[in-house]
Design a protein around this ligand. Structure first.
Ligand code: PEP
Ligand code: MN
Length: 355
């Protein structure tokens, strides 16, 4: 249910509506636009099976001063829906190397995030960071806590990897995105990272979603490899419902019967998410294809489809990478990819942050 307030309502009227909801065990999430103020009503099902969001509640709310109308949101996800927030959400990330000291994801500018799949050593990370920064990437990716399908695979350097990312951030002025895998690690990873990545395997780890929802860090929520769009948006809803509005969705390919690629990159998810949700949507063509030769074409396709940012794996020598070498582009390939990416962005009336 969403409550649309009258255009000139007072802060007291808004407060009064929120208190009215809280008295009934519900939460009111405020979305304050230039033209209208909307309050999203959410509450979980209680033991009696009624969640308090009843038709009678709608009638009572309509009677409160300052309320213009009350609408039922037809989708199971509420705060993530376009209905709740008609305008695009933008997420600000502090980035020292750009003018103004930050970038906005979800606006007209496109953001390049690049770096190794996994932090392996200072030399590997710094060589990659320096190269991708030079080509226009402003956010450095790199896994320190790696979800490994096999328990015998490389699982990352842990906190030592985070320390290297932090050092690279200072050296190159880039922001850092890295994966957090458990609720108990959220506070520690947040100390080093500017953006928290929730991996495909954890998209439905609800305790983890709750925990990142309690921070205000930008959260990049990867699509579960077998998740429907609706399940993905409901996962985003968990983070939003805890009060963190800084959620960015990331299409990274899904499992299908096709075996020639690691995953099937669902490019259509990009415009579809834009229709269903106000949240920014970004694209990871590396996990999406599993093959470095497919990364450039899928980058260009994602841009044409409207992606707000790209997350690309780059390695100075992918053949010896400890993880995901097959899908990591070389530094030379990244250099060739960037001007093509710029051309597509321009063709659809967008530009890269660094243009
Ligand atoms: C990654 O970005 O390296 C990664 C493990 O991503 P995903 O969770 O999408 O597989
Ligand atoms: Mn990877």
């Amino acid at each position: 249910m969403i409550i649309v307030m009258q255009s000139h309502c007072s802060p007291e009227q808004v407060e009064n509506v929120i208190t009215f909801l809280e008295d009934r065990g519900l939460n009111g999430h405020l979305s304050q636009g230039v033209e209208r103020t909307v309050i999203g009503v959410v509450g979980s099902v209680d033991i009696t099976g009624s969640n308090g969001v009843t038709p009678e509640l709608g009638e009572s709310l309509e009677g409160l001063s300052g309320v213009e109308s009350v609408l039922r949101v037809s989708k199971p996800y509420k705060l993530a829906s376009r209905e709740f927030h008609p305008k695009d959400t933008t997420v600000k990330v502090p980035v020292a190397c750009v003018a103004g000291g930050s970038v906005t994801i979800g606006g007209n500018e496109v953001v390049m995030m690049a770096g190794p799949c996994t932090v392996e050593s200072e030399q590997q990370l710094f060589t990659t960071a320096e190269a991708v920064r030079k080509e226009g990437a402003v956010i450095l990716r790199g896994g320190a806590f790696k979800p490994s399908t096999s328990p015998y695979g490389f699982r990352g350097l842990g906190e030592a990897g985070l320390k290297l990312l932090d050092k690279a951030r200072k050296e190159f002025g880039m922001a850092v995105i890295t994966e957090v895998m458990t609720p108990t690690d959220v506070a520690m990873v947040s100390e080093y990272a500017d953006m928290l990545q929730i991996g495909t395997r954890n998209m439905q780890n609800y305790m983890l979603l709750d925990e990142v929802g309690r921070t205000r860090k930008p959260v990049v929520l990867k699509r579960g490899m077998s998740a429907t769009i609706e399940e993905w948006l409901l996962a985003a809803e968990y983070v939003l419902a805890q009060g963190n509005p800084n959620v960015i969705l990331c299409e990274r390919g899904i499992r299908t019967f096709e075996k020639m690629t690691r995953n099937t990159m669902d490019i259509s998810a990009i415009p579809l998410i834009k229709r269903l949700s106000h949240l920014p949507i970004i694209s990871d063509p590396s996990q999406g294809t599993g093959s470095r030769d497919l990364v450039t074409p899928m980058t260009l396709a994602s841009l044409a489809a409207g992606t707000d940012a790209l997350l690309i794996e780059v390695h100075p020598n992918p053949d010896v990478a400890l993880k995901d070498g097959a899908q990591s582009v070389t530094i030379d390939q990244f250099k060739t990819l960037m001007p093509q990416a710029h051309a597509i962005a321009h063709a659809i009336g967008r530009k890269f942050v660094t243009d």
